[in-house]
Design a protein around this ligand. Structure first.
Ligand code: MF3
Ligand code: CO
Ligand code: CO
Length: 302
């Protein structure tokens, strides 16, 4: 999750408008000049020549797309490896070690390690921890819910995914918050459409979470991803349908709703990373990295 705005200008992604006689970017098959050209020019003026705010048609090379597929595939395989080995009685440090070794064995690097001073290779967020829990000597026990968030860097590309695991027999509340969070990610992905709006995603997530009497954390958001960990666009898990930036082909971003059983407020502990619920109630999260094409939304981390 990110909570800052950063610019997105990478070597393999550039913003480009079609030529006036080329076909329009919207898929109408009309010439650009007979379709969105005037509207784009008006908006370019309005948004002070920030094409990324008007129409971020991001050109992605085959190499870039392949790179993202590979790193996301590895992130997914890493989480699967964790799922297979996970059991009560082990420490979160132990999981950190498994992941560290697995990622290095696959000629990649764990992205969190040393990221803005973060000390470990993954985040392990237990029970009331919302996100960014730091692995330590805490022993996992039956009835816990544990989120494991894996991000790897393979050939310079970042792939980011997380899941919340139920450890053995869990309370009804623990099962509920975990299922609701998983469903929120599914619903958020379903609301994601090429040429839809970023706000559609959060609106759908929020509607479902609230219908289940749960709350949506607002302090952390999903994020653009590629050759950097966190970049534009920001992807809030709350909001309004039709609001926010256009979702356009070439975008890669995460959706990663953090859903609370109680209130949405979070506190950051003295370690400056661990985010916990203000009311001490349970929180759960799921995350995928997505690729937007002209016609579809591809889940790269499954
Ligand atoms: N993987 C987290 C995300 O989904 C970010 C973790 S940053 C770290 O964006 F430094 F805490 F690892
Ligand atoms: Co993320
Ligand atoms: Co993550």
């Amino acid at each position: 999750m990110m909570n800052t705005i950063q610019e997105n200008r990478t070597s393999n992604g550039s913003f480009e408008f079609p030529g006036r006689n080329e076909s329009c970017w919207c898929g109408s098959e009309k010439k650009y000049k007979r379709c969105h050209m005037e509207e784009d020019q008006r908006k370019m003026h309005q948004y002070k020549n920030r094409p990324d705010l008007v129409y971020p048609k991001i050109a992605r090379s085959e190499e870039f797309i392949k790179g993202m597929e590979a790193t996301c595939g590895l992130a997914c395989a890493t989480l699967q490896m964790v799922e297979e080995k996970l059991t009560e009685g082990i420490t979160t440090n132990q999981i950190d070690q498994w992941v560290h070794e697995f990622i290095l064995d696959n000629r990649a690097i764990p992205a969190p390690l040393n990221y803005n001073g973060y000390p470990k290779s993954i985040c392990t967020s237990l029970n009331e921890v919302v996100c960014h829990g730091i692995p330590d000597e805490t022993v996992i026990k039956e009835g816990d819910i544990l989120n494991v968030d894996v991000t790897c860097i393979l050939d310079g590309y970042f792939g980011d995914t997380n899941k919340t695991f139920l450890i053995g027999n869990c309370s009804d509340e623990a099962v509920k918050i975990t299922r609701v969070a998983e469903e929120c990610l599914r619903i958020g992905i379903e609301a994601t459409k090429p040429y839809g709006h970023i706000g559609d995603i959060g609106a759908a997530i929020q509607k479902y979470a609230h219908s289940m009497n749960c709350s949506v954390v607002e302090k952390f958001v999903g994020h653009g991803i590629g050759q950097r960990f966190h970049q534009e666009p920001q992807v809030p898990h709350f909001g309004q349908k039709g609001a926010g930036r256009l979702i356009t082909p070439g975008m890669f971003f995460t959706i990663e709703p953090m859903i609370n059983l109680g209130k949405k407020g979070v506190n950051i502990l003295d370690d400056r990373w661990t985010a916990v619920t203000e009311d001490g109630k349970l929180s759960a999260q799921f995350e995928h990295t997505l690729h937007i094409t002209e016609t579809e939304v591809r889940i790269l981390t499954q």
